[in-house]
Design a protein around this ligand. Structure first.
Ligand code: DP6
Length: 320
């Protein structure tokens, strides 16, 4: 086989990954837990080529130097594992609306790992694929599986892997992505977490917080308790951002509108809707809700934030 195509969906962390104990292997300081989403995904095709260099295209355009070097690093790693020197062409299409503000590195590296594993006929299990995707980007570890996924921090490359917790949730969880700003983030996740680990006096508390939140959210998922899932995710997200606020120098991903959307979510909750928020390494807000409350919440936000771009999302599948 000389050409293979793989699709992977992006995921949103409900219990965040924020900090690496091994920068090279992307081994995190904590476990994390996410929901794979249906609407946003990457389709990646890889082929062996006869050329002096790798060729990398994203959305039909040659990759930027930054994207090229990150992808090439991953290709080098795969070649090393397979004792190969074959040059490779990578074509990735990101079906993440350009303004989605949701990490495309999760779906991108999961799809790339899947496609390359097929290209090199590596016959890996999905668990082994999750370890491979992790070497591209931490959050990609979780995008190998659908639904709720736990990434076990592990202590080496073989044990830092994802596990599906509930691949096809039957309860009506929905996510509303509220995009405030579609510009690239000022501080990448990689840099942000490095700074938080190195300088926040609260960082030593983070593993304890995650451990507790994880125990509670696993129970909430088992009990199909959406209210609890949302409340735990929101608290965990705030704890993650508090690490950035307490870094030295301090930094924040929030913008004015981020705070306004947070206030709107709180107001909606007071009115009786199930609405909780989570925010990653950027200003955009993702609202956790139910299929029943999704529409009124979307309408309220659309009225109050006419500039924001909103997308409703459901749990999505694993690697295809
Ligand atoms: C805030 O996976 O993008 O979205 O491993 O350095 O590529 P690297 O970082 P990345 O970090 C994601 C951080 C987060 C939380 C999460 O997805 O768990």
């Amino acid at each position: 086989m000389t050409t293979t195509t793989t699709t992977a969906h992006t995921n949103i962390a409900l219990i965040k990954y924020w900090g690496k104990k091994d920068e090279h292997l992307h081994l995190p300081y904590t476990d994390s837990l996410s929901l794979t989403l249906d609407g946003y995904y990457s389709v990646t095709t890889t082929s062996f080529i006869q050329a002096p260099n790798d060729q990398i295209f994203i959305n039909h355009h040659p990759a930027s130097p930054e994207f090229f070097s990150r992808t090439e690093k991953f290709l080098n790693l795969i070649r090393k594992i397979n004792h190969s020197s074959q040059k490779i062409e990578v074509k990735t299409d990101n079906f993440v609306p350009t303004a989605a503000g949701l990490a495309s590195s999760a779906s991108g590296f999961a799809a790339l790992a899947g496609s390359l594993a097929k290209l090199f006929q590596m016959s890996l299990t999905k668990t082994e694929l999750s370890a491979l995707a992790r070497l591209g980007s931490g959050s990609a570890t979780r995008s190998i599986f659908g639904g709720f996924v736990q990434w076990h921090q592990g202590h080496n490359s073989q044990t830092s892997i994802a596990e599906p917790i509930l691949e096809k949730p039957t309860f009506p969880i929905r996510l509303l992505s509220v995009v405030i700003n579609n510009q690239a983030k000022k501080i990448s996740s990689t840099t942000g977490m490095q700074q938080a680990v190195a300088t926040s006096p609260f960082y030593p508390q983070w593993p304890h917080i995650v451990q507790q939140d994880l125990q509670h959210i696993l129970k909430a998922i088992k009990n199909q308790d959406l209210e609890q899932i949302g409340a735990i995710a929101e608290a965990n997200c705030l704890a993650m951002h508090a690490l950035n606020w307490s870094a030295r120098p301090a930094f924040s991903y929030f913008e004015d509108t981020t705070y306004q959307v947070i206030e709107a979510v709180k107001k909606l909750r007071q009115r009786g809707y199930l609405a909780y928020y989570t925010i990653d390494a950027g200003p955009n807000v993702k609202i956790i809700t139910t299929s029943k409350d999704l529409l009124p919440i979307k309408e309220y936000l659309q009225t109050n934030f006419p500039q924001a771009q909103m997308t409703a999302l459901k749990p999505g599948p694993g690697l295809q």
